[in-house]
Design a protein around this ligand. Structure first.
Ligand SMILES: *[C@@H]1O[C@H](CO)[C@@H](O)[C@H](O)[C@H]1NC(C)=O
Ligand SMILES: *[C@@H]1O[C@H](CO)[C@@H](O)[C@H](O)[C@H]1NC(C)=O
Ligand SMILES: *[C@@H]1O[C@H](CO)[C@@H](O)[C@H](O)[C@H]1NC(C)=O
Ligand SMILES: *[C@@H]1O[C@H](CO)[C@@H](O)[C@H](O)[C@H]1NC(C)=O
Ligand SMILES: *[C@@H]1O[C@H](CO)[C@@H](O)[C@H](O)[C@H]1NC(C)=O
Ligand SMILES: *[C@@H]1O[C@H](CO)[C@@H](O)[C@H](O)[C@H]1NC(C)=O
Length: 621
């Protein structure tokens, strides 16, 4: 009952601008959090931020430090890149970040700077050293573009009695249930067993009964959970939340809280912390965050988070493919990804090429069967005919999967040479074959056009400035008209200010359809007019602005109207960097969700939108 009927404070979250992101933030999602460290792994300890600190390396089950003899920028580069930061700012010597303890594993380091890990550099030998911890080496790593303030977002799901229930938790008496929290320290004891810290939290069974899946067995009076060291500081506030239903979440605590919430079936907290992650999605141009967040969503079976990640990646498919994360995506990811119709790519050939590169890189670890399943998700009929023809000469996988390619290339040419009513007769009954004839969102010429709103190349003004200037003139003229009456009005009719802003109108020509039979001589191309309305005055019939309109200026023959329909899309690009919204058209109009309707997931500050109109012909069948 507590879960229902509360307006979500997360609405706020969606529009808080996250100013930037640690490039390290993807690390948050990249590993199961209680996984033991790997031999040769490095970590930074004792800094004020996660991008700096004393360097420790994991060897023979123990974290140990590094002596600063020979420690300079080349070594620091290796450490920072091993930790997935873009690079190093400085190498720090002499125990700047407090002295470590335990072994001094490395000394007289000599890295070239290009090594993949610190332990592949040259050094004296493990634990061969004459140093003390006074000489522990450290680094300061470069972070991403800029840094997220680890701002606290306040979640309040309470229905009253919050304070009283909080007190009940804080008093720690009359508990009938104990949570035993285990967190491995990463070190191993003499017998090679992982050291584990144990903490007991005193709670009440009744509280857990409020949650869908408290996982509380009535007969037992305790439950143990395993939590990483990194999450350990947030455990207390999580259990307190179960009482008060209030909590402050930061980007760094969000994953831990999400994980605990999924373990105890606290749906509401999962949803809200999950949404907090997705606000981060646009911030990482390397795409490591997005991909690892998706993998994390799979692990925790958070369907909403999975869908949010996939959607963002589908919209920004081209950038993902060009990013270093593309070669890291998994087969499972690709299976889910390639079935989507909302992938935004120049054309289907681009997607096939990207998949081929991925397969070539992973050919050893991906079975022929998986390769074929992946390739079968490519919509060959949608590949432009010339590219389709070139495949037999250029594709590096053609020989390996010759049969699959030949069958699909044939299907592609059939699609390009026959009208749909004939194709339809023998249309496969399988869903995949249906999808083969269904376009994704293709942006290559001539199917899309971009209208920029913020900058007018003719006047050099932003359209807002221009609009304000015109509005001023308009008001002046109106004022003058009022002073000088009807005659003056007749001589100087006021023109609406927006009529001068023509740069937000573009026209484009497209064929009737992707299929080549519509592109041969004698068939007319279609003329489209694309408009962006930024101001209410420009578009009295719009219920909100901005609104895009895409109108067909040519007329279609009866035949065409019967066989083809246009399900066009409007793409919103933020600052030319990422696509943050995709809208379909109703009656030629694409009305964008406004801030108050709260439907836009990724805020784009400064209104620096680019509007891309995409024409998408589909066979009706
Ligand atoms: C982020 O960038 C701004 C200016 O671009 C700078 O003033 C600020 O210090 C940066 N923040 C951090 C934490 O580096
Ligand atoms: C625990 O108790 C509740 C009510 O007291 C009951 O509905 C539930 O089935 C019990 N669960 C188990 C695992 O015994
Ligand atoms: C947890 O409960 C089990 C049995 O229900 C009991 O054997 C065990 O000692 C308890 N552990 C703690 C830490 O209370
Ligand atoms: C959240 O932070 C605010 C101040 O920043 C504090 O007043 C409030 O008690 C915190 N709420 C919780 C649930 O910790
Ligand atoms: C896949 O098939 C090709 C050609 O049939 C063969 O050479 C190759 O070894 C196979 N690869 C795997 C991983 O089975
Ligand atoms: C819109 O802006 C982008 C990048 O800023 C530019 O490449 C493109 O040519 C512009 N389009 C128009 C129609 O001015």
């Amino acid at each position: 009952m507590l879960m229902r009927g509360i307006t979500s404070p997360l609405c706020l979250l969606l529009f808080l601008h996250v100013t930037g992101l640690d490039s390290a933030s993807w690390n948050l999602f990249s590993k199961s959090s209680t996984e033991p460290p790997q031999e040769g792994q490095v970590r930074l300890v004792g800094g004020t931020r996660d991008s700096e600190g004393r360097v420790e390396v994991y060897h023979e089950g123990q974290w140990g430090t590094i002596c600063d003899d020979g420690w300079d920028l080349a070594e620091a580069q290796v450490v920072c890149r091993q930790l997935k930061f873009p690079g190093a700012i400085s190498a720090v010597t002499g125990g700047t970040y407090r002295e470590g303890s335990g072994s001094i594993w490395l000394d007289d380091m000599d890295c070239k700077g290009t090594e993949k890990s610190l332990s592949s550099c040259s050094f004296k030998g493990w634990a061969l050293t004459d140093c003390s911890h006074k000489e522990d080496a450290g680094v300061v790593c470069q972070r991403g573009t800029n840094v997220t303030d680890d701002k606290a977002y306040k979640l309040d799901h309470s229905l009253g009695m919050s304070d009283e229930l909080g007190e009940l938790f804080d008093r720690r008496d009359n508990c009938d249930f104990h949570i035993v929290v285990h967190s491995p320290t990463g070190n191993r004891d003499g017998e090679g067993k992982l050291e584990v810290e144990e903490r007991i939290i005193c709670t009440h069974k009744m509280i857990f009964s409020l949650y869908e899946n408290g996982n509380i067995n009535n007969r037992s009076n305790n439950r143990s959970i395993e939590i990483s060291q990194a999450c350990s500081p947030y455990v207390h506030s999580f259990f307190r939340y179960l009482y008060t239903r209030q909590i402050n979440v930061t980007i760094s605590s969000a994953q831990c809280l999400h994980k605990l919430a999924s373990e105890f079936g606290v749906k509401r907290l999962m949803q809200d912390t999950g949404r907090l992650f997705t606000v981060l999605l646009p911030e990482d141009p390397t795409f490591h965050t997005q991909v690892s967040l998706y993998n994390y969503a799979l692990q925790t079976r958070d369907l909403l988070l999975q869908e949010n990640c996939l959607q963002y990646l589908a919209w920004n498919c081209q950038a993902l493919i060009n990013s270093p994360a593309w070669s890291d995506v998994s087969v499972d990811f690709l299976m889910a990804f390639l079935q989507r119709s909302d992938l935004i790519v120049p054309d289907e050939g681009f997607l096939l090429h990207a998949l081929e590169s991925w397969i070539l890189e992973k050919s050893k670890s991906t079975s022929n069967k998986s390769q074929e399943v992946l390739l079968s998700h490519i919509r060959f009929p949608m590949i432009p005919a010339e590219k389709l023809y070139e495949l037999q000469f250029k594709s590096e996988l053609f020989k390996t999967h010759e049969n699959l390619y030949r069958v699909n290339i044939l299907r592609g040419f059939q699609f390009n040479s026959l009208p749909f009513n004939i194709l339809k007769k023998h249309k496969g009954s399988k869903d995949e074959e249906e999808l083969d004839f269904h376009p994704r969102i293709y942006t290559a010429r001539p199917w899309s056009i971009t209208v920029n709103t913020t900058y007018n190349p003719i006047t050099g003004q932003t359209s807002i400035e221009k609009y304000e200037q015109l509005l001023q003139e308009y008001n002046n003229r109106n004022a003058q008209n009022q002073r000088s009456g009807f005659r003056h009005y007749m001589n100087n009719p006021p023109t609406a200010p927006f009529s001068s802003l023509t740069s937000r109108t573009q026209s484009m020509l497209t064929p009737n359809h992707i299929s080549v039979i519509f592109q041969t001589k004698g068939t007319n191309s279609l003329r489209w007019s694309a408009n962006v309305f930024m101001y209410k005055q420009e578009c009295p019939s719009c219920t909100s602005v901005p609104t895009g309109s895409l109108t067909l200026q040519s007329s279609l023959s009866q035949d065409q109207t019967k066989s083809v329909r246009y399900s066009n899309r409007l793409l919103l690009t933020c600052k030319g960097q990422y696509i943050f919204h995709v809208q379909d058209f109703k009656n030629n109009m694409a009305q964008l969700p406004t801030k108050s309707s709260l439907a836009m997931t990724y805020p784009c500050t400064d209104g620096q939108y680019g509007f891309t109109f995409v024409v998408r012909p589909e066979y009706i069948g």
